[in-house]
Write a protein that binds this ligand. Structure first.
Ligand code: SF4
Length: 340
């Protein structure tokens, strides 16, 4: 590791200007913090957190929609972290305290298991290409889903398009890449390194990015070759697109990003909670979802602010009392900053 750090220092000196490298995977956010990698960086190399935490990027409108379904008497199941994300109408946990049937599950299999007793159950599906194949499988087995699933590449392109932050390179997501492979990252015009999750992986990824910057290249390099193949996982991709179609995706901090969302195909509409419970959802006042709040998650997700810039960080907002999603999820920037 010492050798890689030394090479990073040499390259940073040769580059001789500030560089912003963004990690766009929640597991990288944790790895960077847990291994103290920021502290190892030369002073002109800045590591920024991007939109890699699935809980954090779930739009407020979607939280409010699922809470309203629960409050209307529809049983809801989802992954644990999601229960604590506050919306205008409260969180799923709070809905449960009011008597709603809300279940925390570890897998779609567990949600499928609840169907015997709760036939109207809705699974709140979230995440990127990594979790979507399992949701697709469950839909084919008859599970009703409210989909907030998203595709990752359009978000990276949206970040570059806004130009709000000069991004000199992406530490690209290892998990997502196991599904989508290497090719979809090509043509973005910035250096990228698909990276694994050990301290050494991340440092080598950073070295690869700095080397590209120093040589004036903008390639897609794969540090995580032990898990990521060029073509990804065709069977998982097939499973996704058998059930889902590409649509606009609603992201916290961005709004609608074209072609970044995954909606359930008409063929499976009897398992689509947005169709099945349209009459309930149509009555929800989503203008409340867009009310101003002190939470800076939207800016943090876009790399524009850090947790410490938020006026309520550690004062009001903590993992025990989260004000925003970035404090709820173990992969969220505020939760990570609080713990490390
Ligand atoms: S500290 Fe809390 S309120 Fe502030 S940005 Fe983070 S999650 Fe949002």
């Amino acid at each position: 590791m010492k050798k890689v750090i030394k090479k990073i220092e040499e390259l940073a000196e040769e580059i001789g200007r500030d560089v912003n490298l963004m990690e766009v995977c929640g597991t990288h956010t944790q790895a960077v913090a847990r291994h103290g990698i920021r502290a190892l960086m030369p002073k002109n190399v800045h590591l920024t957190t991007g939109p890699g935490c699935p809980v954090c990027v779930t739009a407020q409108e979607d939280i409010d929609a699922i809470v309203n379904l629960a409050l209307a008497g529809i049983p809801v199941a989802t992954y644990g972290d999601m229960l604590r994300v506050p919306g205008y109408y409260g969180s799923l946990d709070e809905a449960r305290e009011k008597g709603a049937k809300v279940f925390s599950v570890y897998s779609v299999e567990e949600a499928l298991g609840l169907l015997d007793e709760w036939r109207d159950l809705v699974f709140f599906g979230l995440g990127f290409e990594t979790t979507t194949p399992m949701t697709a499988y469950a839909i084919k087995k008859g599970l009703t889903v409210y989909s907030t699933h998203k595709l990752f590449i359009p978000a990276m392109k949206a970040l570059l398009k806004t130009g709000e932050l000069k991004i000199d390179g992406f530490i690209s997501p290892g998990h997502v890449s196991t599904i989508i492979g290497v090719e979809p990252y090509e043509g973005m015009g910035v250096p990228q390194a698909i990276t694994g999750f050990t301290a050494e992986d991340v440092l080598v990824g950073i070295y690869m990015l700095l080397k590209q910057i120093e040589e004036g290249r903008a390639d897609v390099e794969n540090e995580y070759t032990r898990s990521v193949r060029k073509g990804g996982n065709p069977a998982a991709l097939k499973a996704i697109f058998e059930v889902f179609e590409i649509a606009g995706g609603n992201w916290r901090g961005f709004g609608i990003i074209p072609k970044s969302g995954l909606e359930i195909k008409k063929k499976f509409s009897k398992c689509d909670a947005k169709v099945k419970y349209k009459s309930i959802l149509d009555k929800v006042d989503f203008s409340k979802s867009r009310r101003p709040t002190p939470c800076k998650c939207g800016e943090i997700i876009r790399g524009l602010k850090e947790s410490k810039d938020c006026p309520v960080f550690k004062k009001v907002c903590s993992p025990e009392n989260p004000v925003g999603p970035c404090m709820v999820s173990q992969e969220g920037a505020c939760n990570v900053a609080y713990r490390y």
